[in-house]
Design a binder for this molecule. Structure first.
Ligand code: ZN
Ligand code: CU
Length: 487
C-alpha cells in the first residue's frame, strides 16, 4: 500500500452512505478519488485533516434544486456547500436555462433569471459553459419541459401541435446526448398546464434511448393529487423510464393526512415500475406568488416582488392592507413575485421524510430576496432536527437519503458512497452540533456543525468558510461520459 496521499482524513467515524452502521477509520484521497479507507495511521499526505469526534459522510447530493444560475452567479455555492452539499441536481420543475434564448421568459422561468440568463441555443453550449467555468460543487442537469415549450411554441395556452411536439422531442434528444440526466416537467405552472399527457409522453421518448429520468412537479398536489400521481406513473410506464415525484407533499387543510394514501400509491406503483421521490424538511412551500394558494394556506410570506421589492419578507395579508387591496388584488399588483405558503401538515412532512425511498432535496430558490429557509437549512435540518432531535430515523438512514440513495436513483456513478475507487466527495460534520440556523425570519444563516466539505478530493469549505476552490464537474449518468471540468 502506498502510504502517501494528496489528502488524508484521520480518526473519523465513517458513515458510508449505504446505511451500513458507522465504523472508525481514516480516508486517504489521491487524484480526486478515495484511495483507501481503513486504519492508515502510518500514512502521510499534503493535506491532513483530523476528524476526531466527527462523522465522515459522502458529500450530500441535493436531489432537487434551482441552482442553474447560482453555479455561475455564486460559483462558491455558499448556500449549498455550507450545508455539506457537494452535488446539485438542477433543471427541476420544468425550468432549465437551456435550450432557450429569451430576454423576458414567462413565470416560472423568471425564478432563475435576472434578465439575460436564458442565452443558450442548445444544451451542449450550456454544459460547455458550466465545464469551462466550474463551480465549487458538481452538477447533474435536467432539461426542462417548460423551457422547451417556451422555445418551441408560438402560444403556451394550448397543447402543442404535432410539429411543436416533434421540435421539443428533438431538443430533448439533443440535451440528453449532450449530458442531461433527465427531463423535468412542471405542469402545475401555466406555461405547461395545457400540455396533454400525450404531449409529455412524446417529448420524453428520447429518455429511453439515453437511460434518462422523468422528474415532475405534478399538475396537482392538493385535492387531485392521486390523479396526478396516476398520470406520472403512466408517463413512466409508457416511456419505459424511472419517474421521480418532486418535493412530494399534500397541500391544503382538506388534504392533511393524505400522505398515508399517497405513499401507499407510491409503494404499489413501485411494484411494477421504478418510482422515486424527494422531499424538503419543512411544512411550508415556496414558489411564484399565486392567488389560488390563498385559500390553501394559513399564512403567506412574500419572498420577492419585481414592482414592490420593499414587501419581501412581509405577510401577504399585511401587504394587502398597506396597499388598501384584497389579498387577491394584492397578488396582481405585486406580481411578478414569489411567496412562501404555510399549507402542509407536519405529520405528512414527517411521514414522507421517513418513507424508505424518499431522498432529501432542498428545492431552494437562491435568487429570492427573502428566500424560504430550505435554501440554507435543508440538510442540517434533516440531520439535526428530524434525525437527532425527533429520532425519525438513524443517522445512517438520514445520510443514505442524501447520498447513496440519490446517486443510485440518478445513476451518478462512483458518487454518493464512501468507497475506495469512488470520487472523493466528502462531508465532515459534528453529529451532536449539526443543525439549521436559517429561519423564516432570518433565512440566509449558514448551518451549524459542518466542519469540512471536499469535492473531487479538493477542500471547498473549511472552518466555516469557502476555500475559494472550484473543483466541480458536470455529472453525467455514467462515469465513462464524465469529462473533467477543468481539463
Ligand atoms: Zn416544483
Ligand atoms: Cu422545484
Amino acid at each position: 500500500m502506498d502510504l502517501h496521499y494528496d489528502l488524508l482524513i484521520r480518526n473519523a467515524m465513517v458513515i458510508d452512505g449505504t446505511r451500513r452502521p458507522r465504523f472508525a477509520g481514516d480516508i486517504g484521497v489521491r487524484d480526486g478519488r478515495i484511495a483507501d479507507i481503513g486504519l492508515l495511521a502510518a500514512a502521510r499526505a499534503e493535506i491532513e485533516i483530523d476528524a476526531h469526534g466527527k462523522i465522515a459522510a459522502p458529500g450530500f447530493i441535493d436531489a432537487h434544486t434551482h441552482d442553474d444560475r447560482l453555479l455561475s452567479s455564486d460559483p462558491a455555492m455558499t448556500p449549498k456547500v455550507s450545508q455539506g452539499v457537494t452535488s446539485v441536481v438542477i433543471g427541476n420543475c420544468g425550468i432549465s436555462l437551456a435550450p432557450l434564448v429569451d430576454a423576458a421568459p414567462p413565470p416560472p422561468l423568471d425564478l432563475i433569471d435576472d434578465g439575460g440568463a436564458y442565452r443558450f441555443p442548445d444544451f451542449a453550449s450550456f454544459l460547455e459553459e458550466l465545464e469551462g467555468r466550474p463551480a465549487a460543487s458538481n452538477a447533474a442537469c435536467l432539461v426542462g419541459h417548460t423551457t422547451l415549450r417556451v422555445a418551441a411554441m408560438s402560444r403556451l395556452d394550448r397543447a402543442a401541435t404535432a410539429a411543436e411536439t416533434a421540435r421539443m422531442q428533438e431538443m430533448a434528444r439533443e440535451a440528453l446526448a449532450a449530458g442531461a440526466v433527465g427531463l423535468s416537467t412542471g405542469t402545475y405552472y401555466p406555461p405547461a398546464a395545457h400540455a396533454t399527457t400525450e404531449e409529455i409522453i412524446a417529448v420524453a421518448q428520447p429518455l429511453k434511448d439515453y437511460g434518462g429520468r422523468y422528474v415532475t412537479h405534478m399538475r396537482h398536489e392538493d385535492d387531485r393529487i392521486a390523479e396526478s400521481m396516476e398520470e406520472t406513473f403512466r408517463i413512466g410506464r409508457e416511456v419505459g423510464v424511472p419517474v421521480f415525484i418532486s418535493h412530494h407533499k399534500v397541500v391544503g387543510p382538506r388534504n392533511h393526512g393524505r400522505s398515508a394514501e399517497t405513499l401507499a400509491l407510491l409503494a404499489k406503483a413501485g411494484e411494477r415500475q421504478s418510482v422515486c421521490l424527494d422531499c424538503y424538511p419543512y411544512n411550508a412551500s415556496s414558489t411564484i406568488l399565486r392567488a389560488d394558494r390563498i385559500a390553501l394556506s394559513s399564512r403567506i410570506l412574500i419572498t420577492w416582488s419585481k414592482p414592490h421589492p420593499e414587501f419581501a419578507g412581509m405577510e401577504l395579508a399585511q401587504a394587502a392592507g398597506r396597499l388598501g387591496l384584497s389579498q387577491e388584488q394584492a397578488v396582481a399588483s405585486l406580481s411578478p413575485a414569489g411567496a412562501i405558503y404555510f399549507s402542509m401538515d407536519e405529520t405528512d412532512v414527517q411521514r414522507i421524510l421517513q418513507f424508505d425511498e424518499t431522498m432529501v432535496g432542498s428545492d431552494g430558490l437562491p435568487h429570492d430576496l427573502k428566500p424560504h429557509p430550505r435554501l440554507w437549512g435543508t440538510f442540517p435540518r434533516v440531520l439535526g432536527h428530524y434525525c437527532r432531535d425527533l429520532g425519525l430515523f438513524p443517522l445512517e438512514t438520514a445520510v443514505y437519503k442524501m447520498t447513496g440513495l440519490t446517486a443510485r436513483n440518478f445513476g451518478l456513478k462512483e458518487r454518493g458512497v464512501l468507497k475506495a475507487g469512488y470520487w472523493a466527495d466528502i462531508t465532515l460534520f459534528d453529529a451532536a452540533g449539526i443543525g439549521d440556523a436559517a429561519s423564516f425570519e432570518a433565512p440566509t444563516l449558514p448551518a451549524r456543525g459542518i466542519d469540512s466539505v471536499i469535492v473531487n478530493g479538493v477542500p471547498v469549505w473549511r472552518e466555516g468558510r469557502s476555500t475559494g476552490a472550484r473543483p466541480g464537474r458536470v455529472l453525467r449518468a455514467g462515469a465513462a461520459k464524465e469529462r473533467a471540468a477543468n481539463a
